[in-house]
Design a protein. Structure first.
Length: 701
């Protein structure tokens, strides 16, 4: 995510009085040599009269401050050819007609005017501020002696025309990476050049490329960042500023494939209380503010996990070596030590820098086996039996305390892809979350809360993890659906509390529609995000929360560590108190945005691979649940694979009437409701359009 005109304009828009050159540079964490690019951008903006320069300050031209009532937002494409403008100001979305969508990509940032057409509001695009897609993967095609790349995995298909001479170098129907050199506009077609041939098979590598290019993910680290990482010392010294905990029995619990171990845990029983140690990799010791590694980490925002490939936020040497809390290696850590009583309350705590040495690298399954007393694992890890028993006890206390305050447990079913020796997918299996997962989850949550409370008490600049209350309209719509599913429910009276949502979910526990209800509850929520302003975390029913526990893979956590250290060492200056809030706002916004991209990219990659696996299952029958009722048919989630397909209304066993209010289709003999269990047959799988056509087989009464 390079420095662009749009990002500079966005910064100046937020600072209406103007900014000095150094202030702009600092806001983007620029190094001396990168300031040349900033100077070029500012010069260009002055030349086109977008920005004015006066008395050392750069500011937006007055009429641009008002933006002539233009609306800024993000384009969300719909497969039917139209789109929506997701407004930045939070106002209701605006419809974008197909004629406007012809030259837009899903995710583009635009300025638009609000127009009334046939009595309805819609968006007329005035200017594209930022293109989401720069390179993409598609299939090379030929039509009427013209060559083009048909982009894959795009909601609305786009054609990128290629020079004939260049296109002839590659076989037709091969998957290729194309760089867009000319974007589509009114009466202007998109053009590009092929930069990579991926062959004619959609394998795991191709899928990773498709998703990385679609979301503009960074595939490599810069030479400067890699050199910087290589020059960092590997020696770990115990100094007077760090607590020596190398003799302590602490260990990591992670997925089997994990290489970046962010956290290690240790526990001691003290009467009825528990002393819990949460040790977190001290990334901020190595990654200094303004360094090449830091600038790249800011742009990435987090690690992106694609099939069989992780695009690390930090260079490999840091992510998997220097920072990773590997067993029997001394490592720098940042420790949150908490004394917790039998009610799950933190009655005392300390936060300090330390040196630790993990005594074991456990997988979640190994940890569970030790807790359950399986002889083979108990024999292999005798020193961990007692600590894990205490951890089980404490985790259950913390779970109960969280439940009592109304914390919402969405606990959505997850799946994982199984790969063969070549790295290609061959099956999808449920990803089981058990007690060992909950132990680590609870310990990370309590550490995050403790750190956040500490900083809030000091009233110092900080980055919080916040989750706003849901809109009452969305909650009422959720209650409507629950009533339609046959539950006796009441509408919220006054302010919505987390307990209200949790009780609705509890009603469905153990029923066929449980996973649907959890999904609908999640859809009712606003998205959690990072912010320098604490408003609490609705989903966790927590007054104060942050992300402290994953600095190897989340940039927000790196800054949480920096600010904590500054507070502990009493190094906050008057200048920090004045300037940091504005800076933290930019960092929080970037991290929140990067998190959304990561979620979308990872979900996309999983879906593409699932489709590839399901292509081999055409003709087979599966159990499913109706997750959507539309005028044109029923969306059914195939439970075995956690992926949706469509039964067209024409394929239903009798003539149906659509009942929008009650989310159902009604016929003379049959009725299909949201949440109904059905058996379906897979008829067609289109990998390129990401669609599954299903045929109705039978309904569970």
């Amino acid at each position: 995510m390079e420095l662009t005109q749009e990002k500079v304009l966005e910064l100046l828009k937020r600072n209406k009085k103007g900014l000095f050159f150094k202030q702009i540079s600092k806001s983007f964490n620029l190094e001396k040599k990168e300031e040349k690019q900033l100077k070029k951008i500012l010069k260009k903006l002055q030349k086109n009269k977008t920005v004015v320069y006066s008395k050392g300050l750069y500011k937006l031209k007055p009429q641009l401050q008002e933006e002539k009532n233009l609306i800024k937002g993000k384009v969300e494409a719909h497969e039917s050819g139209f789109g929506f403008l997701i407004r930045e100001d939070g106002e209701p979305d605006l419809f974008i007609p197909p004629i406007e969508m012809d030259y837009l990509f899903d995710g583009d940032i635009v300025l638009a005017e609000e127009k009334i057409y046939k009595g309805k509001k819609e968006a007329k695009i005035v200017k594209v501020l930022e293109r989401r897609v720069k390179t993409a993967v598609g299939k090379l095609k030929k039509e009427k002696n013209r060559y083009f790349v048909h982009l894959l995995d795009f909601v609305i298909p786009h054609k990128i025309y290629i020079n004939k001479k260049e296109a002839k170098k590659y076989p037709l129907d091969n998957y290729v990476v194309v760089e867009i050199t000319q974007y589509p506009a009114r009466k202007v077609e998109a053009k590009g050049r092929i930069i990579k041939d991926l062959g004619n098979v959609k394998n795991t590598q191709t899928v990773a490329e498709i998703v990385a290019r679609k979301y503009d993910l960074p595939l490599t680290h810069s030479e400067e960042a890699i050199k910087e990482a290589e020059s960092l010392p590997s020696t770990v010294k115990i100094t007077k500023n760090r607590k020596d905990l190398t003799k302590q029995i602490c260990f990591t619990i992670d997925p089997e494939s994990a290489r970046d171990h962010d956290d290690a845990v240790a526990i001691e029983k003290e009467g009825e209380n528990y002393r819990l140690y949460v040790h977190i990799a001290d990334v901020s010791y190595y990654v200094k503010e303004g360094s090449a590694i830091d600038r790249e980490a800011f742009q990435r925002g987090n690690t992106y996990y694609l099939p069989e490939r992780a695009l690390h936020m930090l260079p490999e040497r840091l992510a998997s070596n220097l920072c990773s809390l590997r067993p029997f290696e001394r490592k720098y850590a940042f420790t949150c030590e908490m004394l917790i009583n039998k009610k799950g309350e933190v009655i005392d705590y300390k936060i300090y820098e330390s040196v630790i040495e993990s005594k074991a690298k456990l997988t979640y399954d190994q940890a569970l086996a030790i807790i359950l007393g399986e002889p083979e694992h108990v024999k292999a890890f005798p020193d961990l039996v007692e600590p894990l028993k205490h951890m089980e006890e404490l985790a259950k206390i913390l779970m109960k305390a969280k439940e009592e305050r109304g914390s919402i447990d969405f606990d959505m079913p997850e799946s994982q892809i199984l790969f063969d020796e070549k790295g290609d997918p061959y099956d999808v299996v449920p990803y089981e979350r058990h007690l060992a997962h909950r132990i680590i989850e609870e310990f990370m949550i309590i550490a995050n809360e403790t750190v956040a409370r500490h900083m809030e008490k000091l009233n110092l600049p900080f980055i919080y993890r916040v989750h706003e209350k849901p809109k009452i309209e969305k909650v009422n719509a959720f209650v409507d659906i629950m009533a339609g599913l046959g539950y006796k429910v009441e509408y919220p009276k006054g302010e919505v509390e987390p307990k209200f949502i949790q009780k609705l979910i509890e009603m469905a526990v153990g029923t066929p529609e449980e996973s649907l209800v959890r999904f609908l509850a999640l859809r009712t929520m606003k998205q959690a995000k990072y912010s320098p302003y604490n408003i609490g975390h609705f989903g966790l029913a927590s007054e104060c929360y942050t992300h402290f526990t994953s600095p190897i893979r989340r940039y927000a956590d790196v800054w949480v560590h920096r600010l904590l250290k500054k507070a502990i060492k009493k190094k906050f200056t008057k200048k920090d108190l004045e300037e940091l809030p504005k800076k933290l706002e930019i960092i929080a916004q970037q991290c929140s945005q990067a998190e959304r991209v990561a979620d979308d990219a990872e979900r996309d990659a999983l879906d593409i691979l699932k489709l590839r696996i399901l292509k081999e299952k055409i003709g087979e029958k599966f159990e499913g649940i109706i997750t959507g009722v539309m005028p044109f048919g029923l969306f059914v989630e195939i439970e075995r694979y956690i992926i949706e397909g469509l039964i067209p209304i024409s394929d239903l066993p009798e003539k149906m009437k659509y009942d929008e209010k009650n989310h159902q289709m009604i016929g003379e003999k049959m009725r299909f409701r949201l949440g109904d269990k059905v058996k379906v047959k897979i008829v067609k799988v289109d990998e390129d359009s990401k669609k599954i056509d299903l045929k109705f087989v039978s309904k569970e009464e």
